[in-house]
Design a protein around this ligand. Sequence first.
Ligand code: AMP
Length: 418
Amino acid sequence: MIQLIRGFKDILPGEVERWQQIEKTAVALFEDFGFKEIRIPVMERTELFARSIGEDTDIVEKEMYTFPDRKGELLTLRPEATASIVRSYIQHKLYAQDPVRKFYTIGPMFRRERPQKGRYRQFYQINAEVFGIASALMDAQLIFMLMTLFSRLAVVDVEPYINSLGCPLCRPNFKTALGDFLESKAGDLCSDCTKRHQRNPLRVLDCKVPACREAMTDTPSILEFLCPECDRQFEILKNALEKLNISYVIDKRLVRGLDYYSRATFEIKTGLLGAQDAVAGGGRYDGLVKALGGPDLPATGFAVGFDRLAELTAPKAADSARQPDIFIAALGETSRSLAFEWTCALGLAGIKVEMDMSDKSLKSQMKRADRLFAKHVLIAGETELEQGAVILRNMATKTQVTIAIENLVDNVKKELAK
Ligand code: AMP
């Protein structure tokens, strides 16, 4: 038998309702905050990700699903959505009328990571991106939206971790100090970080290898190197969060290793998921639009890990709305053909309906109605049909009535409304 690809998964009925619920909640919230949906392709030119995420990152170095198409062009299944949204913003000049644009998108991402609980090779993200706003108030609002989303989904034990990455003015000073610190730890770093620390020292900060984490405990904090404007923006972020009663943790190791990223960076962590504890991550990428060929406009955004959020969301109690309102038990060829027409008509009228299309006995059809937790069974036997009627049995009260088959849909509706 052909099985799923490792690290990929099916989301089956029973679980998918939770995903729908999360999606509905997120969309309603984002729309209220002025975000519009954007849908972007799952595949782009490899170069887009190499330039936006960066050559020195784990994602680009080892995790992308990249292949040449039949003409030899290198294509990649998207490992994240921001790069595509930026490309789209630039390509369609979405900044032309008003540079301030807010987008959200929901969909699958692909990274060839080592699969484990909470980490998949196809996983889903809910993304929100804002263009044209430089103020840290927007970063605070994004964190507020995330916390509101979690609270509406009754997800507890989530806390924002925040940091600033400074800007091209102040970051070089920090990089020098970090470089000196890394020199002193050279023997303690993993092989990736040993390679990386010359080219991209910031990446060493968020390496997950325990030896590196240990070595980096006393790393200098970028917050001590911020220029006055970056410092002011970080204060605005913290004050806004305090005003919104959102408690946060300052995490000096929270970084993104690229020069396009600047100022606010954040992650929402939970104590409920074990090792893969980040449910959402985001931050400012003020230099990216320009770096990808667009105007010099600021941007900020986040990505929620949908799979992890679904794990944190309590399974809903058996959803009574999904039970059939009517199960039609038809006996004999003529009644089955009528039942078929009725199922179509009842379905069109918004009544959840099921029937058995094979030639089963009444007993076995009633059993199936029980298994589906059908609320009513409409019994269409030959004798009743001759009299232009069917029997409607209420499965909870075990009472039954006879109803006319003329205007059946209306008659059923009336009975259901009782
Ligand atoms: P990132 O784009 O790496 O900042 O990730 C944003 C969020 O996506 C993380 O906080 C996770 O919740 C989720 N995420 C990232 N990678 C994976 C993965 N391989 N499997 C499941 N969720 C993931």
